[in-house]
Design a protein. Sequence first.
Length: 307
Amino acid sequence: MTTIEYVAELEPEPVFEAFAEPPIFVGGKDGEPGPPGPVGPPGPAGRDGIDGAPGRDGADSVVPGPQGAPGRDGIDGRDGADSAVPGPVGPPGPPGAASTVPGPVGPGVPTGGAAGQVLTKTGAANYATAWQNLPPAGLVGPGRPDVPAGTGLASEIAAAPVGTVYTSTDGASVNAWAWRKRPTGWVVIDGDSGWRNITADTNLGSGRLLIRRRNSELLVQLDSFRATNGGTGTFYTPPTGFQYDGPSNSIARINSTVVEVIGRFGAAGGATVFRNQGTAAAGEKGYITLPAILDWPSSLPGAPAAS
């Protein structure tokens, strides 16, 4: 409890009378404030205030946060469809152990055959083989084998089996470089007379007539041709080796109507003839390839020419 002291001015000593109540002092001045008392216990908490308005979003952080802990494995997905694209070839595996069981017996060499024969393939299938004779060895010499006297190999040519090839070292002077023996005789398999200008051997009024023998073909070319033999008729009969191998009286027209090549004119075995069907009003041009009788010419007609 705080004690308050009162100081009174000296007055004549008052006369107190006895009362039943304590005395009441009147008229004293306030004293100086006393020192602060001790802090009392905390009062009860007040009610929560009203929430303030939300603040603005802060700027994105430029510093990554720490990595979180790995999540749990998800449920396995369904199997995907098989790939249509083969993957890369893997490295070779180690060699397997040697088999202890013999494989099946192969077909082996076919039975038969004769001395001097060789085993050759007869088709693309596996084991398609047969015994065959060796192909005949070729002959090489001058001239042509169908006239063996000039080759120096007459006996060899006579003994040569069918299929033998004779290579001429000089083309027999008619550009026939290779011949093959057939059952019917020797035929040229590599020969070309080149273009021959035979205009001088015809009764052409103007232009050129060219012929050529190439292996088994007969080629004929007209260059600004114009016949002036007074109408239709034969104007050229080619020599042996330049004959058209067509049926009797067969006609091959070089152009639409004017020039014809007639095979075996008149009858079987007759000569080939070139015939015109009328005087051309203008120079005719044309080209034709025909099968040729296999005999090779012994000389070349006309003069060499460019096509």
